[in-house]
Design a binder for this molecule. Structure first.
Ligand code: NAP
Length: 402
């Protein structure tokens, strides 16, 4: 585990409000007290509302919400279940702690002696009681929540598959393993429910939003329904792991949109756009600070938050008439230039090329070093080195950052 990840974990722990920490303790000790504490903290809802059908720009979609699943109902629904979280990366950490705080019966399954084994103990999971190696946790669990890395889900499947016996439920947070089964070889047994709850964000956010009394948005899907209750179980689990609102999708659509989005605007696309804009400014004699400020700093600190909060039109309205006119004229040109790249990307996701690339790279023995080499290259690019100095000059930066 990188120092950065460790620091993030420590930060999350440090940010846990005192009330939530004691709630977490209560939840483990006494479910009734946990319910009362949850209620005081606003984590429960008095009203039981139905599914909401909402109009998304003219298309009607069903949305489920936490208010439909007060913590008492969740605890009752899962009273005979043991949630076995297999893997303790960012999702395993966030989902398991939230479910534990919701008073559900949770155990962790990770390989002994690994980084996750150590981290889980630091978070209060006890070897032999709530922390086991992977096969033992699967045997003890009724709902097997496979939160290993996607590459590990594939490489460990031959050992895991025989343990997923009739009556258990198999859960994922990504459609990756089963949708690309020709490459991953993850073929679930025919006699178990197979469901998905995929938080739309990092496991760190799954945890922090829950602790703030909010909840991340998640999608749910059903791949296989042998009990007739698979969808309801998926919704309940999504709420149990800390979701606020839950959208319905399919395994295929979840994985296609997810792989596409992260390679596109969410990560790869934005990195490419930042770099291209910065390079042209530098070639034309602009200083690193000017190029960075006009490319990244103003975007992340001022304009993108406005889009996030109020929408694109609001952002336009908040800008000067000069900026607005130019941006409105250039937006269609960027769309036209980018469209073929996005078309090629979607095709590459659909035909499994992205999956094969990801499995090959993430299964290498030298995976961590190879990745670190690429990340170091980014860190050493002038744009991001300039960014460090710019960030240190933000009004809220500490003096020692300079
Ligand atoms: N991260 C996100 O933002 C996000 C968001 C939504 C959904 N998801 C999905 O959630 C799932 C989990 O993702 P994640 O990011 O939390 O996990 P991750 O960091 O990719 O995976 C970490 C876990 O996998 C274990 N692991 C790796 N290789 C292993 C092996 N060969 N044998 C046994 N265990 C192994 C690690 O154990 P050790 O510590 O022992 O190595 C660790 O517990 C994935 O399906 C992912 O697509 C992720």
């Amino acid at each position: 585990m990188s120092l950065r990840t460790q620091a993030l974990r420590a930060a999350v722990r440090a940010n846990v409000p005192r009330a939530s920490r004691s709630f977490s303790l209560l939840a483990r000790q006494a479910p009734k007290a946990a319910v009362a504490a949850a209620s005081r903290m606003g984590l429960t809802s008095q009203a039981t509302r139905g599914v909401k059908t909402l109009d998304f720009a003219g298309t009607k979609e069903d949305v489920y919400e936490r208010a439909d699943w007060p913590v008492e109902r969740l605890q009752d629904y899962f009273k005979n279940d043991t949630l076995a979280m297999i893997g303790y990366g960012s999702q395993g950490h966030g989902q398991s702690l939230n479910a534990r705080d919701n008073g559900l019966n949770v155990i962790i399954g990770v390989r002994k002696g690994g980084e996750s084994w150590k981290q889980a103990q630091e978070d209060g999971w006890v070897p032999g009681e709530t922390l086991f190696d992977i096969p033992e946790a699967i045997e003890k669990g009724t709902i097997i929540m496979n939160l290993l890395s996607d590459a590990a889900q594939s490489s460990t499947w031959p050992e895991i598959a025989p343990l997923i016996t009739k009556g258990k439920t198999l859960y994922f947070s990504h459609g990756f393993s089963v949708v690309y089964k020709d490459d991953t070889h993850v073929v679930p047994p025919k006699d178990v429910d197979v469901i998905l709850a995929a938080p739309k964000g990092s496991g760190r956010t799954v945890r922090t939003l829950f602790l703030e009394g909010r909840g991340i948005n998640s999608s749910i899907a059903v791949y296989q329904d042998v009990t007739g209750h698979a969808k309801e179980k998926a919704v309940a689990l999504a709420i149990g792991i800390g979701s606020g609102y839950v959208y319905e999708t399919t395994f295929e659509k979840e994985v296609y949109s997810d792989l596409y989005g992260e390679r596109g605007v969410l990560m790869g696309g934005i990195q490419g756009m930042f770099l291209a804009q910065y390079e042209v400014l530098r070639k034309n004699g602009h200083s690193p600070s000017e190029a960075f400020n006009e490319t990244v700093e103003e975007a992340t600190q001022s304009l993108f938050p406005l889009i996030g909060k109020y929408g694109m039109d609001y952002m336009y309205n908040a800008c000067s008439t000069t900026a607005r006119r130019g941006a409105l004229d250039w937006a269609p040109k960027f769309k036209e230039a980018n469209l073929p790249v996005f078309e090629a990307l979607y095709k590459s996701v659909r035909d499994g090329s992205e999956t094969r690339r990801s499995l090959e790279f993430n299964s290498r023995k030298t995976y961590r070093e190879d990745l670190q080499k690429e990340l170091d290259e980014i860190d050493n690019q002038e744009i991001w080195r300039a960014g460090k100095t710019v960030r240190a000059l933000r009004p809220d930066a500490k003096k020692e950052d300079l």
